[in-house]
Design a protein around this ligand. Sequence first.
Ligand SMILES: Nc1ncnc2c1ncn2[C@@H]1O[C@H](COP(=O)(O)OP(=O)(O)OP(=O)(O)O)[C@@H](O)[C@H]1O
Length: 452
Amino acid sequence: MERNDLWNIIKFSMKGDLSSITFQTFVEPAKPLQLNNLQMTIEVPTKLHRDYWENNLAAKFTDYAFQATNEQITPVMITEEERQQLTKKSQATTGNVASGETTAATTPTFMRETKLNPKYTFESFVIGKGNQMAHAAALVVSEEPGTMYNPLFFYGGVGLGKTHLMHAIGNKLLETDPSRKVKYVTSEAFTNDLINAIQTGTQESFREEYRNVDLLLVDDIQFFANKEATQEEFFHTFNALYEDDKQIVLTSDRLPNEIPKLQDRLVSRFKWGLSVDITPPDLETRIAILRNKADLENIDIPDDTLSYIAGQIDSNVRELEGALARVQAYSQLNNSKITTSLVADALKSLNLSNKLSEVSIPVIQEKVAKYYHVTMAELKGKKRNKQIVTPRQIAMYLSRELTDSSLPRIGNEFGGKDHTTVIHAYDKIAAALKTDPDLQQAIGDLKSQLKA
Ligand SMILES: Nc1ncnc2c1ncn2[C@@H]1O[C@H](COP(=O)(O)OP(=O)(O)OP(=O)(O)O)[C@@H](O)[C@H]1O
């Protein structure tokens, strides 16, 4: 989630929770500066504000952030004056931005304790077609680290569960044997740690810290792109761990050979183990993920409403969870039960997805069904008689024209049809439209009804 989106959600929650004077005094003037490594740096006007935040608001912040993102995000408070001093200092040295890490630079950053998210476990991970193999490989690695798949490399788009699986491996390993040393870092944190070690002459401790672990988890290694010194150091870290049969797990948004300027020797090492991709969840898995999450959080929500959310958001799981958190907040605020119409309102007013301001596929289906006097079930069904096939094809055509849903998603909304069926329907109607005045009339009528 973007920094400002998250901040707005937290502010919104705090507003409902604090007295209006407290809110105006302490929350209103605070400014989120940066969201990085599970820390949000927040600027406040004075030391008094900072102290108040640290003593009274930080815990609330973390709770609300967790509700919205499922991640343990800590606020790092900084006064305006401190920020100005840091900016001056960093301009004079490396051009580093003011961040929580800079303010806390008294101990080397790499000595920070690894924080695994306790909620990211195998139990809370929903298995579907797109992540089945990744899940199985992760489980094997957590049971027998350093033996079968080393390194284990997950790749795939954002918010699809790569970090979740990584933490699950760490959590499971520690549960089985709490004496094991597990280190989780993002590739950016690895780079920052290295820079910090070089600046403070503590490379030896850096190496000790990274090379004496049983399990090293490095997230988002696509950010190693173009970073020569980091790659060099990581190469040696990798070799030391590998030779010692220690487990390495890596994630990236793409395959190693697609990461720009990643040294060949790293690319080839990353291929020694197992690379598994994670693909976006299908509708059923999205519904299962939402159901799982709703049950975990004790959110009372009917099945058809969950299906509605899952139908609206097909990009990634993070957005899906974000939508559920927004819906929950919206229902609490309005003091009403969660229903499909409340969800439609909640998602629209929070402007979660542009698609929602457009016509949706179910609405198109309803209008077409009514226009041609067929039922919704017939429209989504398999019957092949002309009185039903034509309206079905028209509805598919309009879904493609008027929404930006993908072909597979349109197919899904029509009772799980293949995307090639949607293409065929679209082409057929588009061709007929050139010559058939009745069809032109019908499509014109339907479009104007849908836009009304
Ligand atoms: N299959 C799943 N079951 C349950 N929760 C899931 C699943 N997949 C993803 N999630 C949840 O979705 C959110 C985003 O997942 P995660 O952070 O692991 O994504 P990612 O692939 O690492 O993305 P990024 O590349 O942006 O770091 C997390 O809260 C995670 O728990």
